[in-house]
Design a binder for this molecule. Structure first.
Ligand code: ACO
Length: 365
C-alpha cells in the first residue's frame, strides 16, 4: 500500500474539526462573542444564569435564575471517602461521575440535564472543600445565584454583593471558549451516544492537565517570588533567560490582548480587597509585556485570562488550590452546550490515524 498522502496536522493544529454557533473567537483582533454578544457586554450587563441559558437555548432570558442544587446522599458519601489530600479537580470529576451514576442520565443530552449538572457541580466542590477541612457540607440556598451559592456553601456566610458579582463575572468569562481540549473531549464522548455526565467527567479530566487548565495560582506564586515592583524587571529577565515561561501570558489563539483578561481586569479594579495586589499586578504586567516583546519580537505574547483571574479569585477569598476546579464549574455551561449542539447534528467523531509501525511480518517458528 502506498504512503498515505492526506494532510496531517499534529495536535489537530489549524484543522477545522466541527462547526459551532456558541463562541466566536477572533485571536488576531482579540474578540470573543457568545452567540454574537461581545464578552465585555455580557460581563457588564449579564449574569452567569443568563449566559448559560443563552448557550443552552439560544435565548436571552432577562429573568434567568440558576441556583445551586442539592446532591444525592450517595454523591456526598463518595466525597466523604476521599482522602483530604485529594486534588480538587479529581474530587469534582469523581462527584460528577457519581452524580451520573445515581441520576442515570442517558443519551440524548437535554437542556434540563445541562441545568441540573451545572447546578449540582458547585455544591459538590463546596462539599468536598469543607469535608477535607473536617467540616460538614452546607445545604444549598437555591435563592442565591450559582456563584453566590457556591461561596455560601464554602463558608456558611452569604457573600456580600460585590464578591458575588465578581465571581459571577468570572463565571461568565469562563463559560465557553470554542474547541479547546476539554470541550472537544466532551464532544467526542457525547458523539458516541454516551451521556452528559460521562462527557463532563471526561472534560474535567482534560482540563486538569497543566497545559490546558492553566494556573492562575502560578500567577500568584510568580508575583510573590519576584518581590517588589522594583525587582520585577530583573526577575523577569532572568526567568526568560532560563527559557522559562511567564504565567498569565501567551495563548495559542490570541495574538492580541485576551478580551477575557480585559474584562476581568475591570472586575478586579472594583474589588477593594485586592487593591494592593492589583496595583502590583498592573505595574508588573507593563514590564512583562515590554520584556516579552523584546524576547519574542516575531510572536505576540500578550496577557491571558489567567492573569486577572488570579486577582478576582483571590479577591473573593478562594484558596489557590480551588482555582482550577472553580474554572471547571464555570465551564460546565459551555461543555454541556457543546453536548447539546453535537447531539443535534451528531456524527460519531472518529478520525483516521496514519500507521507508522512495522510492515507486515510473522511470528517466529
Ligand atoms: N513566557 C515566555 N515565553 C513564552 C510564553 C510565556 N508566557 N508563551 C510562549 N512563549 C514562547 C515559547 O517559549 C516559545 O518560544 P520558542 O519558540 O523559543 O520555544 C514561543 O513563545 C512559542 O510558544 P508555544 O508554546 O509554541 O506557543 P503557544 O502560543 O501555543 O503557547 C501557551 C500558548 C502554552 C499558553 C504559552 O503561551 C504558555 O505556556 N503560557 C504560560 C502559561 C499560561 O499562562 N497558561 C494559561 C493559558 S490561558 C488558558 O489556558 C485558559
Amino acid at each position: 500500500m502506498g504512503a498515505d498522502e492526506r494532510p496531517y496536522s499534529p495536535g489537530l493544529k489549524g484543522v477545522l474539526a466541527g462547526e459551532t454557533a456558541l463562541a466566536m473567537i477572533d485571536g488576531d483582533a482579540g474578540r470573543l462573542q457568545y452567540r454574537g454578544f461581545p464578552i465585555g457586554e455580557l460581563v457588564e450587563r449579564g449574569t452567569y444564569a443568563q449566559v448559560a441559558e443563552l448557550l443552552w437555548t439560544g435565548e436571552w432570558k432577562t429573568d434567568a435564575h440558576l441556583g445551586c442544587a442539592s446532591l444525592p446522599t450517595e454523591v456526598i458519601d463518595v466525597l466523604r471517602r476521599l482522602p483530604a489530600s485529594t486534588n480538587a479537580m479529581d474530587a469534582l470529576r469523581t462527584a460528577v461521575s457519581a452524580w451520573g451514576a445515581v441520576d442515570g442520565t442517558l443519551w440524548p443530552p437535554t437542556v434540563e440535564q445541562a441545568r441540573a449538572l451545572t447546578a449540582a457541580a458547585p455544591t459538590a466542590l463546596a462539599a468536598f472543600a469543607r469535608l477535607r477541612d473536617g467540616l460538614e457540607p452546607i445545604p444549598p440556598d437555591p435563592s442565591l445565584g450559582l456563584a453566590a451559592g457556591f461561596l455560601h456553601q464554602l463558608t456558611g456566610q452569604r457573600p456580600d454583593d460585590a464578591a458575588a458579582r465578581a465571581l459571577d463575572a468570572y463565571f461568565v468569562v469562563g463559560a465557553e471558549h470554542g474547541f479547546n481540549a476539554s470541550t472537544f473531549t466532551a464532544r467526542v464522548i457525547i458523539s458516541t451516544h454516551s451521556d452528559v455526565a460521562s462527557a463532563v467527567a471526561g472534560a474535567i479530566g482534560a482540563l486538569k492537565g497543566p497545559w490546558h487548565g492553566g494556573a492562575p495560582s502560578a500567577v500568584v506564586d510568580q508575583l510573590h517570588e519576584m518581590g517588589s515592583v522594583d525587582q520585577a524587571e530583573a526577575w523577569i529577565r532572568s526567568t526568560l533567560a532560563r527559557g522559562e515561561r511567564l504565567m498569565g501570558f501567551g495563548h495559542r489563539v490570541y495574538r492580541a490582548y485576551d478580551p477575557r483578561a480585559a474584562a476581568l481586569r475591570s472586575v478586579a479594579e472594583g474589588m477593594a480587597g485586592v487593591a494592593g495586589w492589583l496595583d502590583k499586578a498592573v505595574a508588573v504586567e507593563e514590564i512583562a509585556l515590554r520584556l516579552l516583546a523584546e524576547h519574542k519580537p516575531d510572536y505576540a505574547i500578550k496577557t491571558n485570562v489567567e492573569y486577572y483571574a488570579a486577582a478576582v479569585l483571590q479577591g473573593v477569598g478562594l484558596p489557590p488550590n480551588l482555582f482550577p476546579a472553580t474554572f471547571a464549574l464555570a465551564r460546565h455551561a459551555g461543555w454541556t452546550a457543546h453536548c447539546l449542539e453535537q447531539a443535534a447534528a451528531n456524527v460519531l467523531i472518529r478520525p483516521d490515524v496514519r500507521y507508522v509501525g512495522p510492515a507486515e511480518r510473522h511470528l517466529p517458528g
